[in-house]
Design a protein around this ligand. Structure first.
Ligand SMILES: C[S@@+](CC[C@H](N)C(=O)[O-])C[C@H]1O[C@@H](n2cnc3c(N)ncnc32)[C@H](O)[C@@H]1O
Length: 330
């Protein structure tokens, strides 16, 4: 098969109708674990809801998997309301992903199907009083992969979609080259770059859907002072790290240049969660004798928080936070 630019092959491998990995192979949770799953997801949901400094009428979970974080969000917001008794003035939680509404998803979660990658659904628009969370979305937005050749020139990396065999293609197109010059300058032969332009544009599109509110991209990534030199393209399937072959058999992901996104601040998840009240501190031993049940509950909470704060784990993820201020009505 003719080699294709990584970006093109990657998009088809993950999102092509009837054959893309995310469309056909079960939800992400069948292949890897994220902080949105299980007890860390509930703690994360609680913390995320504390972030906006404005009333929130709609929460969007963009790249929702099968609605794991969205389910935690409705439970945290409304732990007592039975599923069927949803009221119209409840804050809406909308989960967006590339498949139809999953069977058994909590009734309180609305579902929107999306095309995938950098393309967002048209109905996601005009969001007001919004909290928009993109948890591990941008790392699966396909981007141009580039490599510096022996003459120090940045060329596009091509890939055979059936074997994963790579070759060097033409010089980078102008827009990607300009992005590299501005954000990831290098002429060291062999250096590999994942050009962040496609992620910057996808994020900008998401920001444009919000009239007022707060957006958070949570992902593993880097900033200008710590760009990786060997590339970060990686693949997962059925819980295992595997060679990235863009044939629809595995997830394909690459770290995100978080500092080039249009954001008000970029911070480590550890700092962000600490600022929102997570400590990971174990309760004093004395509580074990005075109130054993409270002690056990506090111990469990501390261990979940510690997982979210771990520097070499979830705590090392980055948050890019963007605040969109609504137009004042005069
Ligand atoms: C790495 S998984 C993360 C899932 C979940 N947010 C979590 O953290 O567990 C990325 C998810 O983003 C979804 N995705 C990719 N592009 C999308 C788009 N344009 N709109 C909605 N979902 C998208 C994929 O289908 C996949 O479910």
């Amino acid at each position: 098969m003719d080699p294709l630019p990584w970006r093109e092959a990657w998009h088809a491998a993950l999102y092509a109708a009837g054959q893309g990995f995310y469309v056909t192979r079960g939800g992400p949770a069948a292949h890897f674990t994220t902080a949105a799953h299980g007890p860390t997801g509930a703690a994360l949901a609680r913390a995320l809801l504390r972030l906006p400094e404005h009333p929130v009428r709609v929460v969007v979970d963009l790249g929702a998997g099968r609605g794991e974080l969205a389910t935690h969000l409705v439970e945290v917001m409304d732990p007592t309301e039975p599923r069927a008794r949803r009221t119209p003035d409840t804050t809406r939680v909308v989960a967006v992903d590339v498949v139809d509404r999953p069977d058994g998803l909590d009734d309180r979660v609305d579902w929107v199907r999306s095309p995938g990658g950098s393309v967002l659904p048209p109905e996601l628009t005009g969001l007001r009083d919004a909290l928009v969370i993109a948890h591990e979305w941008l790392d699966v937005v396909p981007c141009t992969v580039a490599e510096v050749d022996t003459d120090g020139v940045l060329r596009e990396v091509l890939v055979d979609p059936t074997t994963g065999l790579e070759s060097l293609g033409p010089r980078l197109r102008d827009a990607d080259r300009r992005w590299a010059e501005a954000h990831w300058p290098t002429s060291t032969p062999g250096d590999r770059l994942e050009i962040g332009l496609a992620r910057d544009e996808a994020w900008a599109d998401l920001v444009s859907r919000v009239e007022d509110g707060t957006l958070i991209a949570v992902d593993y990534g880097h900033t200008a002072t710590e760009r990786p030199s060997g590339g970060t393209l990686t693949a997962y399937a059925s819980g295992r790290l595997t060679t990235p072959v863009p044939d629809g058999s595995c997830d394909v992901t690459a770290h995100v240049a978080m500092d080039t996104l249009d954001a008000d601040e970029v911070l480590n998840q550890r700092e962000a969660l600490q600022a929102l009240g997570l400590t990971g501190t174990t309760p004093p031993h004395t509580v074990a004798t005075t109130d054993p049940l409270a002690y056990l509950a506090a111990l469990e909470r501390a261990s979940i928080e510690a997982r979210l704060l771990a520097r070499d784990g979830f705590g090392g993820f980055r948050w890019a936070v963007k605040r969109v201020r609504g137009h004042d009505v005069t």
